[in-house]
Design a binder for this molecule. Sequence first.
Ligand SMILES: [Zn+2]
Length: 245
Amino acid sequence: MKRREELILLHRWPYGETSWVLRALGRESGVVSLVAKGARRPKSRVSGALEPCSLSEVVWSAREGAELGTLVGATLLQGWPSVRADLLRSATAMALCEFPLRFRPEGEGNAPWFDHLLAGLRWLDGRTEFTPAASAAVLARFALRLAEECGVGLSLSRCAKCGAELERAALFVGSAGGFYCGECAWESDPSAETLRLLAMGKTPEAGLDELERAEARAVDHLSAGLDIPLKLGALEFLKGLRRGR
Ligand SMILES: [Zn+2]
């Protein structure tokens, strides 16, 4: 059976002497694994369309029940030139791509994951300025949006313990699905309010350390909500890179 779909390339591994194994995300197909035979040859016509993070129109054939589909053709639709030209942007893009790679089961279609990832890559490519703090903020927001799609979104306006309206979150309690107010919290954590503002789509006035703490809480929350304990390799690399700036 042949399929044609717009895919975001999540990751690729060398396979044999001249091929790639690709993992990609489609709006309908979800995460798919494909072998691209001969795509690492210098004269390959598809190699330019198979760079990680690229959006490409891909044709592949898939046998029922087979683990790997076979790539038939690929046309680059969007290669994100500004992302490619900047290491911090491209490392942030790779970290975004690692979420579906690690968290989505194969073959399960899920349009919002595709749409959020595409929006994230478009945002990264379109910024004129991009700082380490912006990198942490976009990652945290992305994790929070995915958590919402997965049914473990955070309650933002009321204390998760007493129900009082929240002016400022004192503590993030992921297992309670949100935040505690100052009355209910047993300790105070400034990154809780940072996380809440990010979830509300606002831009908190916070330094890199605090944004990274909020980012870590967002990723942990998604990980706990999906019951998939994980460490994102691309995120670890990205954190080192942000420090180097
Ligand atoms: Zn309370």
